[in-house]
Design a binder for this molecule. Structure first.
Ligand SMILES: O=c1nc[nH]c2c1ncn2[C@H]1C[C@H](O)[C@@H](COP(=O)(O)OP(=O)(O)OP(=O)(O)O)O1
Ligand SMILES: [Mg+2]
Length: 349
């Protein structure tokens, strides 16, 4: 009787251990599905992509190596965590993993070349091309094969910073260099909307995401004079263009209060069907007669406050660029953008 009870207890414990082991490791199944489907698709349609016959081969090899790599991670996690780290098998597995990463990296580059080379000309409909064998070889690839490879390679999305202003671009690249190394830029002529800065930037973001058809960053910069209740604000571009530095100073001639703040609203939009998210950064200061090189917008007439909130010494134009990039309206709003990307690593490959 006791023996039967003991056996049942053992069986129950085994069941529980097995269940928790299975649940704990179910992630491996989900991760393996993607490369596994690559092997299956590549194998089934191995002769169905005359446009680039290496694409099915790429999928098969990529699938195999990725699965081996994942299994090695799984094995080290599951079975080797208690063994001393000088153990030879761990050492060999680690070396193997490095080798596989290296291979996958090179293979990824090959895949990009083979797939993106044709993305403008690829045709999926064999029937239309059938009349001419040469056209099939030049244009046809099975839709599943091509789109699988295309989507697999494009999983990590590249963010495009859309602006028509080169000076802004230089600053954004300097500030975001380590946080978003794969930031691309594009010069698009976006409309200058009217309204509150946030709404203006959101409008720009929606349009840019539609035109780029992918994740984008845009920004709108405004300069607000406190004596004028925040004007010119987002219309500073036109005021600067028509009045110049001197004219902007004259706008405040009738007021004692020369204080102002520079504001930058960044918007990130993950794609055409997404809502933009905004990040606002401000830098307080005052409007002064122009000092320093006239290379970027209203930099010579804006003198940012120091840390104590009192008048600083230099205008943005007189400052070293690295100092401006530490305290500016742009760097403050980009700090919020960085925090956002820290939480969304899928945009930072
Ligand atoms: O840090 C800055 N320091 C000095 N001047 C600046 C700064 N940042 C923008 N600016 C100028 C450029 C433009 O005259 C206006 C903002 O207009 P804003 O629409 O945001 O820029 P934009 O039309 O030149 O480029 P975009 O294609 O990104 O809209 O303030
Ligand atoms: Mg603009």
């Amino acid at each position: 009787m006791n023996a039967i009870k003991l056996e049942m207890n053992n069986k129950q414990t085994n069941d529980i251990i097995c269940k928790s082991f299975c649940l704990k490791n179910i992630w491996i199944l989900f991760i393996i599905i993607l490369p596994l489907s690559g092997i299956i698709i590549g194998f089934i349609f191995r002769n169905d992509c005359p446009l680039e016959k290496y694409i099915p081969l790429w999928e098969i090899i990529n699938g195999f190596i990725t699965i081996i790599f994942l299994l090695l991670i799984f094995i080290t996690k599951q079975f080797f965590h208690e063994i001393q780290y000088r153990n030879w098998s761990i050492f060999i597995i680690d070396q193997l993993k490095i080798l596989l990463i290296f291979f996958l990296f090179l293979w990824f580059i090959c895949g990009n070349i083979w797939v993106y080379k044709y993305y403008r000309i690829v045709k999926y409909d064999k029937q239309i091309l059938l009349s001419n064998k040469k056209t099939i070889e030049n244009f046809y690839c099975n839709k599943i094969v091509y789109l699988y490879a295309f989507c697999y390679l494009s999983r990590k999305m590249v963010v495009t910073y859309v602006t028509g202003n080169k000076n802004k671009l230089v600053e954004v690249q300097a500030i975001l260099a380590d946080a978003l190394p794969n930031l691309r830029s594009q010069d698009l002529d976006l409309p200058e909307y009217q309204g509150e800065p946030e709404q203006i930037t959101k409008g720009k973001a929606i349009l840019a995401a539609q035109r780029i058809n992918g994740p984008i960053l845009v920004e709108d910069t405004s300069l607000h004079f406190n004596a004028l209740h925040g004007l010119p604000g987002p219309y500073i571009k036109w005021f600067l263009d028509k009045l110049g530095h001197d004219g902007l100073n004259k706008l405040l001639a009738a007021y004692d209060d020369k204080t102002a703040y520079a504001q930058c609203v960044f918007a990130f939009c993950a794609g055409p069907s997404h809502q933009p998210i905004t990040f606002t950064g401000r830098c307080p200061g005052r409007i002064v007669p122009a000092r320093g090189p006239n290379t970027f917008g209203w930099d010579p007439i804006f003198q940012p406050d120091n840390e104590q909130g009192q008048a600083g010494e230099k205008t943005f134009a007189e400052m070293d660029k690295t100092i401006k990039n530490q305290i500016s309206h742009r760097s403050r709003s980009l700090q919020l953008v960085k925090d956002y990307f820290d939480k969304h690593p899928e945009y930072v490959s």
